[in-house]
Ligand binder design. Structure first.
Ligand code: SAM
Length: 235
């Protein structure tokens, strides 16, 4: 019952409202009750958030810039974006995640300060999002979907973005593919979700199909966390 996969959105949603919520809240949090693998993933993920903040701010200040954080989880990115003055819409398929992100944002943001606003939090799968944003970001969400589903998700995210789309995904490199296969032979208790890897060429093709090109690339690797980060812009 712990296996998530087949691109089954309902199963992913259920997982992130229950056991997955508890697991990821812990990993993305600061408490000490994490094992070695979880601690490593926490570190890798925090580096991805740092890399995203750098990619974004390198192009100019975020004050007043509209940003959609699709699949926001517990708000690890939405909160630092709001701290920079961005006008953030943070959404997730999991109501539990959205509630936690809002709670943390209220605790961590100095809402009395000029230019800082509470993100707009919404429960929604990214496929149902509407509207236009200067910037759309979607971090570590594609890992839950096979490339056949990811193509449509990427196209939809690009349609919401006016200027740029930042995406991170677990890269399907030879080395990591092998690691993943080994993982499938020895599924430990911490391996609660099925992970889909994506080749950079496939992601690039999906973007090109809708008239976008990759402008910047980054990669975060720790022992157990691999994440390719790309910034795409209209071609
Ligand atoms: N982006 C956040 C971050 O990097 O801190 C969270 C990453 S977490 C590994 C994946 C998140 O994607 C979960 O919160 C999950 O509920 C959400 N998610 C999965 N499928 C989704 C979908 N189709 N639409 C929106 N959110 C989704």
């Amino acid at each position: 019952a712990e296996e998530v996969g087949g691109g089954d959105k309902e199963v992913v949603k259920d997982y992130f409202n229950k056991s997955g919520f508890e697991r990821w809240k812990k990993i993305y949090g600061e408490t000490d009750d994490v094992n070695r693998v979880q601690r490593d993933i926490r570190l890798g993920h925090s580096k991805t958030v740092e890399n995203v903040m750098k990619m974004l701010t390198d192009e100019g200040p975020l004050q007043g810039v509209t940003v959609c954080d699709a699949g926001c989880g517990t708000g690890c990115l939405a909160i630092p974006l709001a701290k920079e003055g961005a006008l953030v819409t943070a959404t997730d398929i999991s109501a539990a995640m959205v509630a936690e992100a809002e709670k943390q944002a209220r605790e961590q943001l100095d809402l009395g300060k000029e230019g800082i606003s509470l993100p707009k939090f919404e429960v929604s799968d990214l496929e149902s999002l509407e509207g236009k944003y200067d910037t759309v970001v979607c971090l570590d969400v594609l890992i839950h979907y096979p490339q056949s589903k990811a193509d449509g998700m990427i196209a939809h995210l690009a349609s919401l973005a006016e200027n740029r789309l930042l995406l991170s995904f677990a890269p399907k490199t030879f080395y990591y593919d092998i690691l993943k296969r080994i993982g499938e032979f020895f599924p430990g208790p911490s391996k609660a979700t099925r992970a889909y890897l994506h080749s950079e060429a496939d992601v690039e093709r999906a973007l090109e199909k809708v008239g976008w090109r990759i402008r910047k690339r980054g990669l975060t690797t720790t022992q157990f966390y691999f994440s390719r980060l790309i910034e795409a812009v209209p071609a």
